[in-house]
Design a protein around this ligand. Structure first.
Ligand code: ASP
Ligand code: MG
Length: 412
């Protein structure tokens, strides 16, 4: 039998009625001839509640116990989903991560998947079981303790199962009906993409489009797992949702696939640091040690042996970055005249594999921003992405202008 992986996110299993709804979709695929592996999230809001309970009980919690507590949300939905299917006369059984066993590293609360043995579940399929319901997000460490994969980790569980079981496809059921050219809340011209390349999805996911956990896209790309994002609240057919796939499987596309944004950026400038070999290492080493996620970096021209160094990081890491810089200064590692933190900025990016073969994307982007009188503070580029830092108050305007400038409302 061909195998299909179906993953249901928190809003899709938020209560018993919705679990029933999701089970109907599973039953339909079984009727079509699939053996199905269902991966479930915790009911929406549950994981937040569990994390909160842990933090209230123990602010500096033991990560092993954090995992013991927060993994329980998925345990409940897996059992309920199996029961719901059984009530519909669909032969189903549930598995917790440790029962599979889904082997992970021992990095509690952020574990990585090492392996998924198939034999146990395959044997059950051979014996006539039609649906294996697996609790997402959880696994077991080499020490035999329960681990979790980081927030949003059920997506990664789903892709890992699809790879291990050579599934025909991995369907991610969620509360949106696919991946859009940009956030539909910012412009009603946003268009649902029928297909998007892995690399584009990877950039969009890490740039703040929250449909899929970034790691799940990485894993799908590496294992060539066909990934589909679709709504659990609609009736779907073969063409519903968005297929995340190899770029070879996309016939035609726009040069730019989408516009992403991130509201919570800060721009930090070290004024007048010595321009000497090793200065970047002396700045970014301590920032990295302090756990600051530096994104964009600009070193300005130097005058009389001194230069300004600008970088961006998430707003909530500004004080950590400041502390790291002050410490490095106090220890004589670096010397600067001032540290300016601008926390009123946002990052807007255009992403598309078409950029590899089309010149002029940057020029078009800058022109569109100029036409709206939006000043650019920092620019970075990669092969398939251009990002700019701008004043946060212009973020929506910039997204709309770029969406228009690259004709994203119409398919390429
Ligand atoms: N329930 C977990 C979370 O909210 C894992 C998931 O749903 O993907 O992060
Ligand atoms: Mg999710």
């Amino acid at each position: 039998m061909p195998i299909l992986v179906m993953k249901f996110g928190g809003t899709s299993v938020a209560d018993l009625e919705r679990i029933g709804n999701a089970a109907q979709k599973v039953a339909r695929e079984v009727a079509r001839g699939y053996d199905v592996i269902v991966i479930v999230s915790a009911m929406s809001g549950k994981t937040n509640e569990l994390v909160d309970w842990v933090e209230q009980t123990s602010p500096l919690f033991d990560a092993r116990e954090y995992d013991a507590v927060v993994s329980s949300g998925e345990t409940v939905t897996a059992g309920l989903m199996a029961l719901t299917l059984q009530e519909m006369d669909v032969p189903a059984r549930s598995w917790q991560g440790w029962q599979v066993p889904l082997h992970t590293t021992s990095a509690h609360s952020a574990a990585r998947i090492e392996s998924i043995p198939r034999d146990h579940i395959d044997q059950k399929f051979d014996e006539g079981m039609k649906v294996a319901v697996v609790a997402g997000f959880q696994g077991i460490s080499p020490e035999g303790r329960i681990t979790t994969l980081g927030r949003g980790g059920s997506d990664t569980t789903a892709v890992a199962f699809a790879a291990a079981f050579e599934a025909e496809r991995c369907d991610i059921y969620t509360d949106v009906d696919g991946v859009y050219t940009t956030d539909p809340r910012i412009t009603d011209k946003a268009r649902k993409l029928p297909r998007i390349a892995f690399e584009e999805m990877l950039e969009l996911a890490s740039l703040g489009a929250k449909v899929l956990q970034t790691r799940s896209v990485e894993l799908a790309m590496r294992n060539k797992v066909k990934l589909r994002v679709l709504s659990s609240f609609e009736d779907n057919d073969e063409t519903s949702g968005t297929l995340v796939c190899d770029e070879e499987d996309i016939m035609e596309s726009n040069v730019v696939a989408g516009v992403a944004y991130s509201r919570d950026e800060a721009k930090m400038t070290l004024v007048s640091v010595a321009d000497r070999p090793g200065i970047a290492a002396a700045i970014f080493g301590p920032l990295s040690d302090a756990g600051v996620n530096v994104d964009m970096i600009v070193q300005n021209i130097s005058e009389e042996g001194r230069t300004d160094m600008t970088f961006s990081c998430p707003t909530n890491q500004v004080s950590r970055a400041e502390a790291a810089m002050e410490k490095a200064k106090a220890e004589g590692e670096i010397n600067y005249h001032g540290l300016i933190a601008d926390t009123d900025v946002a990052k807007v990016s255009v992403v598309g594999i078409g950029m590899r073969s089309h010149a002029g994307v940057a020029a078009r982007m800058f022109q569109a921003l100029r036409d709206e009188n939006i000043n650019i503070k920092v620019i970075t580029t990669s092969e398939i992405k251009i990002s700019v830092l701008i004043d946060r108050k212009y973020m929506e305007l910039a997204v709309q202008a770029l969406h228009d400038a690259f004709d994203l409302a119409t398919a390429g």
